[in-house]
Design a protein around this ligand. Sequence first.
Ligand SMILES: Cc1cc2nc3c(=O)[nH]c(=O)nc-3n(C[C@H](O)[C@H](O)[C@H](O)COP(=O)(O)OP(=O)(O)OC[C@H]3O[C@@H](n4cnc5c(N)ncnc54)[C@H](O)[C@@H]3O)c2cc1C
Length: 432
Amino acid sequence: MPKEIIILGGSYAGLSTAHYLLKHILPSLPTSDCQIVLVSPSEEVFCRPACPRALISDDMFPQDKLFVSIPASFSQYPEDRFRFVQGTAVSLDHVKRTVDITIHPSNPNLNPEMLVVTYEALVIATGASTPSPLLGFTPNNTHTDPATVLRQNWSSFRTQLHTYTAKSIIIAGGGPAGVEVAGELGEHLNGPPSWVSWLRPAQRSPKVPITLLTAGDRILPALRPTIAKTAEGYLARVGVSVVKNARVVSVTQVQGGNTTDKDGTAEGGQSVAVVLEDGRVLSGDIYIPCTGTRPNTAFIRDELLTGDGRVDTNPQTLRVEKGGVVRVYAIGDASNYARPAVHNILSAVPVLCANMKLDLLKVSGGAEQEADGRVFKEDISETQLVPIGRSKGVGAAMGYRLPSWLIWAIKGRDYWLWTTGGLWSGKKWDRP
Ligand SMILES: Cc1cc2nc3c(=O)[nH]c(=O)nc-3n(C[C@H](O)[C@H](O)[C@H](O)COP(=O)(O)OP(=O)(O)OC[C@H]3O[C@@H](n4cnc5c(N)ncnc54)[C@H](O)[C@@H]3O)c2cc1C
């Protein structure tokens, strides 16, 4: 029986960790009896940052680059070294060192099988979900592949947008996701911004008015106020108006006089009423919540989690150390080690893997018990790139403000799709 290194979650954190372990760590261990088992509910991995544009139409991106098969990305490794399990972790027993996994049946009408695996080492990379089902893989109880569910959600959103001809849209959340969704929809529905800003600084009567609500007194709080101000100007040029100090307390869907709770899923021809903390009520044909994320950690006991549900992780070593846990690591949006961002994941992968190697060597007597391993240091500089529509954008990298054309060149032209090929195939990790 191989010793299993289980990785939960098949996205930026999980796939990169798996490739790195397979390329650099497993070959350097004295024994060859370890196998990587990658567990994820979807057979596909996808470029999540592209959602704000991808949700509008399949023509926005080549679909075979947007969604990529996980088993095909790992076919380069020997079978005794890597195994993919399409399933969902439902319970972690960190004392017995086991994970219960629901295996997704090929036919969703069949009952799922349950698999209990004992791990030699465990990586928690189950990420986080958004309140809007349009912005990522959302855990579901139907055992339908989350990639299929996401495509279905996009499809019903497009029906709402085009077939029922939405006349107004409300988006909640002044962070990058809210701003990007507003900018993409604004340009798609109201046309591109005028090239000469003084000629048409703001659209006075856009075809589809879009309201972006933010609970704070400005948008894009991770960037300096002058950059946020520029973003507001670009948004106005595609028909988006920003409403500040506007915290949403409830959203209801108006249905022939009755109302029902609404989570932002678009449904045919309905309109929504959005109630703000100060009592104002806004109505629109579509509501998209882009506020915060919920970590996918329901399968983990509370004693290993922080107050906001993330895995309590040593931010320097990526080890989970609470409750006497050994050889358990957490990375990506499910963990509290750093701000949720892809660049933080990519710089943490080599650290996590080096520390796992050290811990595995310690068990076999191949390393000093007191050796410490590598240390992760989060990049806390002002770094965030925010495209606004298909030609503009704002942002900064390593504390330096970047011009709009550079935001377009790095991110706005294809929302990072130019980088994901190398990530999913593992080429990015050819060199340690
Ligand atoms: C709209 C949007 C735009 C963004 N833009 C950017 C950007 O431009 N730059 C940037 O750096 N970051 C951006 N981010 C953040 C970035 O997408 C995340 O930091 C990144 O996706 C986190 O990767 P992850 O692997 O930790 O988790 P996720 O991408 O959340 O993936 C988690 C994976 O785990 C699986 N999973 C969930 N539960 C279980 C379970 N119980 N068992 C097994 N598997 C499970 C999921 O199906 C999924 O495959 C954006 C996020 C959003 C929502």
